[in-house]
Design a protein around this ligand. Structure first.
Ligand SMILES: Cc1cc2nc3c(=O)[nH]c(=O)nc-3n(C[C@H](O)[C@H](O)[C@H](O)COP(=O)(O)OP(=O)(O)OC[C@H]3O[C@@H](n4cnc5c(N)ncnc54)[C@H](O)[C@@H]3O)c2cc1C
Length: 510
């Protein structure tokens, strides 16, 4: 059938974590769902985060108790949903008595330990750095330790989209929504007529409910593409990170307090690196073009150098990334204090087709946000099934016992797989790994070797099953191999992909 004639229950605009989560939840409740993303899944804010599933210790200072309680509880839910891409992590906060007194931190950690349901994550404790081999400067002698989790943010998005598709959703990348208008379907029903544009041309679909999950573009989409008034303002707050060679051994992260009352994380990243971030800076430019500034680099290097024995300079920086938080404008003067909570706005001008817009939201709370979105549209779909996502796993977490078990099984079955490669596969694909390993008994049977443990069968799988189109999709978001690949190696991968896409297009045409 021509797409122009399809009437979906819900069309979701925006393939970041919020759009992906809503699409998956809606599809699992039996609704027909369309999800479109103008670029690649997670190509904007949702791949530029600090990659934490966390309660947000510092939000307690801003009295965001609702958000923190929900986020703390979500850590345990999401750990079960996706144990391959989410891992518990201990965080160490060096004590800086001139910034926050010990009683304040202890009170905060008491709330952190008890506000949300905690089943597997360990509670907080004091640390004496003199008794351990500390990477911190000698004058930092005491601190606190607590639990949160680390996540592969871009993969959290793609796994939700995969789940949506497996439940019947139509999900397309590189498809921009140009606009939508309310039209009368019949005397009883008003629907959305939605204009879409992809490389091959423009087309239309129809939907009963339109969900605007355009992240940093949420307000612009309402005003410029729908020609309506946005119910809330949006504040774009830039945040940047540095990737540097591993600053210290071990798997614990550090939460560093700064003189400006902000905090900066130093997080172990991909075994070889430390991720240092983030900043909070009002952003007024085009969200497509956000880049780290000189001032942010200096700020993050200073924060690290003030605490760690290993001193960093600009030449140590391997890579950087920046994103903009699409926050609901609460008119705070201080960018760090703008609420991190989300707001959903349902509008239905003159009983017309409903529009649901997402303002704000964190990776950590995406599942609860999606549940809340479904609550908002329930009245339009009385047959809709009940909440289901808390107890279901994401693709790759089916029959997942432990990362170690799965890595051992892989190494047992496929000769030549190093421990490092097995760990990368497990942490990206979980039990879906067998989809591309298939019958291979050795790495040499996995096809062309692009270097750094990337073989053709993985690339083909990513194209076939995870919407990968370019080398950047594969190296930056589906894997994090961009930190290893040279420009020549990336070019080789792009050439392979171009040939693959051409072959597929010819097969489709035949
Ligand atoms: C520096 C930083 C650190 C962070 N750290 C954390 C953290 O550690 N933990 C945490 O929980 N949260 C964190 N967050 C917050 C979290 O990353 C964001 O709240 C979340 O990713 C926002 O997701 P989104 O889906 O709303 O937006 P996005 O990920 O930006 O997705 C919106 C998508 O909509 C698409 N789009 C827009 N217009 C159209 C259109 N017309 N047609 C089609 N597609 C369109 C865009 O291309 C984009 O991909 C952080 C954010 C930042 C910036």
């Amino acid at each position: 059938m021509n797409d122009n004639h399809i009437l979906y229950d819900i069309a979701v605009i925006g393939g970041g974590i919020n759009g992906a989560g809503i699409a998956a939840d809606a599809a699992g409740r039996g609704l027909s769902v369309f999800l479109c993303e103008k670029d690649d899944w997670a190509s904007h804010t949702s791949s530029a985060s600090s990659k934490l599933i966390h309660g947000g210790l510092r939000y307690l200072e801003h009295k965001e108790f609702r958000l923190v309680r929900e986020a703390l509880a979500e850590r345990e839910v999401l750990l079960k949903k996706a144990p391959h891409i989410i891992h518990p992590m201990r965080f160490i906060m060096p004590h800086q008595p001139h910034l926050r007194p010990a009683w304040l931190i202890r009170t905060g950690l008491f709330f952190y330990d008890h506000l949300g349901k905690r089943e597997t994550l360990a509670g907080s404790n004091l640390v004496d750095f003199q008794a351990v081999n500390s990477p911190l400067k000698a004058e930092i002698t005491r601190g606190f330790e607590y639990s949160d989790c680390a996540v592969d943010d871009a993969r959290l998005v793609v796994l939700n989209v995969m789940q949506a598709r497996e439940l019947g959703a139509k999900a397309v990348t590189r498809t921009r929504c140009l606009g939508a208008k309310r039209v009368q379907l019949n005397t009883l029903q008003n629907i959305w007529q939605i204009e879409l544009e992809k490389e091959q041309g423009a087309y239309q679909i129809q939907a009963k409910v339109l969900v605007n999950a355009a992240g940093p573009w949420v307000a612009e989409f309402i005003q410029q593409d729908l020609h309506l008034n946005a119910p809330y303002g949006i504040r774009l707050i830039q945040g940047s990170h540095l990737i540097v060679p591993k600053l210290y051994d071990g798997q614990k992260a550090y939460i560093l307090q700064n003189d400006d009352q902000r905090i900066v994380f130093a997080i172990p990243y991909l075994n070889k690196y430390t991720l240092i971030g983030t900043t909070d800076k009002e952003y007024l430019g085009d969200p497509n073009r956000v880049e780290i500034t000189d001032e942010e680099i200096a700020y993050l290097l200073d924060a690290s150098n003030d605490h760690f024995k290993t001193q960093l300079s600009r030449k140590d920086i391997i890579s950087t990334f920046s994103g903009v938080r699409p926050l609901c404008d609460d008119e705070s003067d201080n960018p760090s204090a703008v609420t991190r909570d989300y707001t959903l706005a349902l509008s239905q001008e003159n009983d017309g087709a409903p529009l649901l817009s997402v303002f704000g939201g964190k990776l950590t709370t995406y599942r609860k946000l999606a549940e809340s979105a479904m609550g908002h549209v329930q009245a339009f779909f009385p047959e809709m099934k009940k909440m289901w996502t808390a107890s279901s796993v994401l693709p790759g977490a089916e029959n997942f016992s432990s990362a170690e078990d799965l890595a051992a099984q892989i190494q047992d079955k496929v000769s030549g797989v190093s421990a490092e490669l097995a760990a990368r596969w497990v942490n990206a694909y979980g039990t879906r790994i067998w989809k591309f390993i298939q019958q291979a008994a050795s790495v040499h049977e996995l096809g062309q070797d692009f270097g750094h443990g990337l073989y053709a069968q993985e690339v083909d799988y990513l194209v076939e099953c995870e919407w990968a189109v370019s080398a950047e999709d594969i190296l930056k978001r589906r894997t994090k191999l961009y930190l290893e690949f040279s420009a020549d190696e990336s070019l080789q991968l792009d050439q392979y992909l171009q040939a693959l896409h051409q072959r597929r297009a010819q097969e489709d045409a035949a």
